[in-house]
Ligand binder design. Structure first.
Ligand SMILES: [Zn+2]
Length: 169
């Protein structure tokens, strides 16, 4: 796969480090592949049980995750990102949603799922910011779960698997 976008990682106004393009990117162009070691869900859970931050990206039905080890792992979340992710034949690509100028920070919507207690508050500042890095479905699921927990002390935790989304831990 050809890929000629040049990325650098440096400090970001959104969160800690961010990923910037040093070259203009055209809409639809592949910016980077999300690469790293592939783990199954159980391995990832074992490894990262106690870590507040991980760089896991769920593949397919979520039974496999990519443990990010690449520039793309530094791309920050935005509710109004200039890029999106797609899964193509078992590979996760970051694709430009619009033309992106050189020096712009690359962002995409994490659509987090499988969260823990962490609210994953979003500070992206977009006009349509939903205040959380969780996916809209996950936000609904968490709200429903909170209601259920309030009604009953039983805490049966059902995990939603989402295609092409980062996992929250
Ligand atoms: Zn936001």
């Amino acid at each position: 796969m050809s890929q000629h976008v040049s990325l650098i990682v440096r400090s970001s106004t959104i969160h800690a480090a961010g990923c910037y393009t040093t070259t203009p990117v055209r809409k639809g162009e592949r910016i980077a592949e999300y690469t790293g070691q592939r783990l199954n869900k159980e391995q990832a859970d074992d490894l990262y049980q106690d870590y507040p931050v991980t760089y896991l990206f769920g593949l397919g039905d979520g039974s496999t995750v990519i443990d990010g080890f690449c520039s793309a792992m530094f791309i920050n979340h935005s509710c109004d990102g200039n890029a999106e992710t797609t899964e193509d034949d078992g590979h996760i690509w970051i694709i430009a949603l619009r033309d992106i100028a050189a020096e712009e920070e690359i962002t995409y919507d994490y659509c987090l799922y499988d969260g823990s207690e962490d609210p994953c508050t979003c500070y992206c500042g977009a006009h349509n910011c939903r205040g959380s890095m969780y996916s809209p479905q996950e936000i609904r699921r968490r709200k429903a779960e909170a209601r259920k927990a309030a009604q009953s002390k039983k805490r049966g935790k059902r995990k939603a698997a989402t295609t092409g989304s980062k996992t929250a831990r």
